[in-house]
Design a protein around this ligand. Structure first.
Ligand code: 2YC
Length: 278
């Protein structure tokens, strides 16, 4: 799991409106709309007054320690989504107790191993990896004009890649996957067979796959993996992976057909899922 740095998220809370307008131009959805689609929550049934759902964010100091601005950024995303949200004054156990005392319906917190949203009434635990994968698969579907019946190449078979493939299968896409650790590809393929009775193709040669596939999800921390030669006019890339896997020339060439974000989309899907009543 890549640990974010303050610099990765510093501008998020002040630019959510601009992010929304860029997201609408790429996907036709706002952050809230995309998160609701990814979480399978219909606009009509969604608790449009999500303002009646209170989100308590608690900073966690153990492990690598508190990331400057992280909790405040999570709160700003929740407020932007229409939730009532606060950051607890205390951190860790005292902060969790404070969130309960202040009647939070959803608890939001992260240490170095897990980033979760927990629904207090529903007892639902939503993991950032799964939610991020779903959100970026949904974003690719919207950007590329629908993935039903199309092939999608997913790089990275960790929790984000698995979440993405689960959503791709539900969207009717055929997923092919690659990971430097072959065992993780096999694990993902077994899990998709078990949970969705669907097949996944394992790519042996990522370079050939990048040249062949037109819809790509980069869910790896690999960094400089995708280059100018991989970007043809009909290529769409959805990239939750940190750092962004595209070279500067690739970023230049793909222009608006790239979806990348270090925190907003995953957090938005987590909140919608954790806020579900049942
Ligand atoms: O400020 C705090 O409460 C810290 N304990 C937060 C640590 C987050 C560590 N995880 C990450 O940086 C990211 C997640 C946002 C998603 C994957 N890694």
């Amino acid at each position: 799991m890549t640990r974010l740095k303050t610099g990765d998220i510093a501008d998020i809370k002040d630019e959510l409106a601009e992010f929304d307008s860029r997201l609408v131009s790429k996907t036709g959805c706002t952050l809230r709309g995309l998160a609701r689609r990814a979480a399978g929550v219909e606009e009509s049934t969604a608790r449009n007054t999500s303002g009646d759902v209170r989100v308590g964010v608690t900073p966690i100091s153990w492990g690598g320690g508190i990331i400057g601005g992280f909790s405040q950024t999570l709160k700003s995303i929740a407020v932007h989504m229409g939730f009532d949200a606060f950051v607890t004054r205390a951190s860790d156990v005292a902060g969790l107790a404070e969130a309960f005392e202040r009647k939070a319906d959803v608890l939001l917190m992260a240490d170095d191993e897990r980033f979760v949203a927990m629904g207090v009434q529903s007892r639902r635990v939503v993991d950032n990896g799964d939610a991020t994968g779903k959100g970026f698969a949904e974003g690719l579907d919207r950007m590329a004009g629908g993935l039903n019946g199309r092939s999608v190449f997913v790089i990275g078979c960790g929790p984000v890649g698995l979440g993405a493939v689960k959503r791709l299968v539900r969207l009717g896409a055929m997923a092919s996957v690659y990971d430097i650790d072959r065992d993780r590809c096999e694990d993902l393929r077994r899990e998709i067979k078990r949970s969705l009775d669907a097949d996944v193709r394992i790519e042996k040669d990522p370079e050939a796959a990048l040249l062949r596939r037109r819809c790509i999800i980069d869910a790896s921390p690999a960094g400089d993996l995708i280059h100018e030669r991989h970007i043809s006019p009909d290529v769409f890339i959805s990239a939750p992976g940190m750092p962004l896997a595209l070279s500067a020339a690739a970023r230049e060439k793909i222009s608006n057909r790239l979806l990348h974000d270090p925190l907003r989309i995953g957090t938005a899907v987590m909140l919608v899922e954790a806020a579900k009543k049942r």
